[in-house]
Write a protein that binds this ligand. Structure first.
Ligand SMILES: *Cc1c(COP(=O)(O)O)cnc(C)c1O
Length: 422
């Protein structure tokens, strides 16, 4: 980092260093507020936000529908325990499950918890037969709880936290033969992301998903999907599998996973997680079997409903598809123009990753991964992005990002790339 931090940001960073557990690798940026697709640092410098809080702030910052939904609900009631019913939870469950298919919703508070719910659902399902093993993909990410890191197909999240929760097997992503070969008498489920987010923006192929459904049916396995990052209209459809399977011959019965984990964009910044479970397993978690104090609180449900309202009223699914498509092809142009820096670009809708070359002149990967160095430089230029592994820079802008803002981002990216040229 070449940036000289101001006194104000140095003080904030200093407070963190003294009093906050240093479990995060952070960029040198202290943010004070946001509006639309922009955020401002404590010194008043403005950034175009193409990270959106890691695919969370799907309406950008300060969206009136979301702000109003929270403001209207706050004085009525923030929280009611799940000992009782309330209108907002049932109504949100109706709206969300309608987007997926016949089934029911469970509400929690984060993506890791949503995946824990899927894992518990699978274990319940297999319990009486002694089946508990879940197959997941290399490069996957499923959260930081003990079961989440056991499920995650990346060594770096597991290191130093053993013994691991038993019952997880990892196989190469998009490799149906590998899944098939990993099935044992103990197997009860397969858990995959539709598009791997932390693993470098790798989408499941339609062939893989279709074959996976068939394989799971043959072996009576649950097909669990982690839609925490790729879901909530980011790809132009509510869930990424719906987008991925567009254009393939309609299956009978139509393709559906058995359960889907949700979080991130669900509350648009209000912390919330959830999972959908299909009709045939929707009563498997009966009274007393699973729960969380905060799950589906009135304030969280009001926020999530406000997010859905805005997405519907402003046609943001269509926007994600159209603007995301423009962005992807423009980035592809940059890959062709700067082949010594950029290897490739991939993604769907507004979930896009650019893979850097293994070696880039003037950038030393031994001091800091190349992806982080490019993110640093883009930040310097006024654009916030997110690394995904050592060589991929990820773009996850709000679903209401405009063509114009995409153009501004592209200009900043190209400026940065030009300056890397020897
Ligand atoms: C972020 C993420 C999680 C974990 O969500 P948290 O809210 O951080 O617990 C799980 N799965 C995927 C795919 C994610 O991107």
């Amino acid at each position: 980092m070449t940036r000289i931090e101001s006194r104000k940001s140095a003080d904030i960073i200093g407070q963190h260093e003294r009093f906050v557990v240093p479990s995060y690798g952070r960029f040198a940026l202290a943010i004070s507020r946001g509006e639309g697709r922009h955020v401002w640092d404590v010194d008043g410098r403005r950034y175009l936000d193409f990270g959106a809080g890691i695919a969370v702030s799907c309406l950008g910052h300060g969206h009136p529908s979301l702000v109003r939904a929270i403001q209207d609900q706050a004085p009525r009631m923030l929280h009611v325990s799940n000992l009782y019913y309330h209108e907002l939870q049932g109504e949100l469950a109706r709206r969300l499950s309608t987007e997926v298919g016949p089934g029911k919703m469970f509400f929690c508070n984060s993506g890791a918890e949503a995946n824990e719910g899927l894992i518990k659902l699978a274990r319940r399902f297999g319990h009486d037969e002694g089946r508990y093993e879940i197959i997941t993909a290399n490069g996957s990410f499923h959260g930081r709880t003990l079961a989440g890191i056991a499920a995650t197909g990346q060594e770096k999240v597991k290191k130093g936290f053993g013994p691991a929760v038993p019952g997880f097997v990892h196989v190469p992503f998009n490799d149906i033969d590998a899944v098939s070969a990993a099935i044992s008498p103990s197997t009860v489920a397969v858990l995959v992301e539709g598009i791997q987010g932390e693993g470098g923006i790798h989408a499941a192929t339609p062939e893989f998903l279709t074959a996976l459904r068939r394989l799971c049916d043959e072996h009576r396995l649950l097909l669990l999907m982690d839609g925490v990052q790729c879901g909530h209209f980011r790809t132009g459809r509510f869930q990424s599998f719906q987008r991925i399977l567009e254009g393939t011959p309609p299956a009978t019965p139509p393709f559906l996973p058995d359960a889907v984990a949700m979080a991130k964009s669900l509350g648009g910044g209000f912390p919330m997680g959830a999972f959908w479970v299909g009709e045939s397993h929707s009563t498997r978690l009966g009274p007393g079997s699973h729960g969380t104090t905060y799950g589906g609180s009135p304030i969280a449900c009001a926020a999530a409903s406000g997010v859905l309202d805005a997405i519907e009223q402003e046609n943001l699914a269509a926007n994600a598809r159209a603007v995301g498509g423009e962005f992807l092809s423009a980035l592809d142009g940059l890959v062709k123009k700067y082949p010594h820096l950029l290897d490739s670009v991939r993604g769907l809708g507004l979930m896009i990753g650019v893979e850097l070359k293994e070696a880039i002149p003037g950038m030393d990967p031994s001091t800091r991964p190349l992806s982080l160095q490019l993110v640093d430089r883009l930040q310097e230029a006024g654009l916030l992005t997110i690394p995904s592994g050592g060589r991929v820079v990820r773009f996850l802008p709000a679903l209401n990002v405009t063509s114009d803002e995409i153009g501004q981002a592209l200009d900043m990216i190209e400026d940065v790339l030009k300056r890397i040229l020897p």
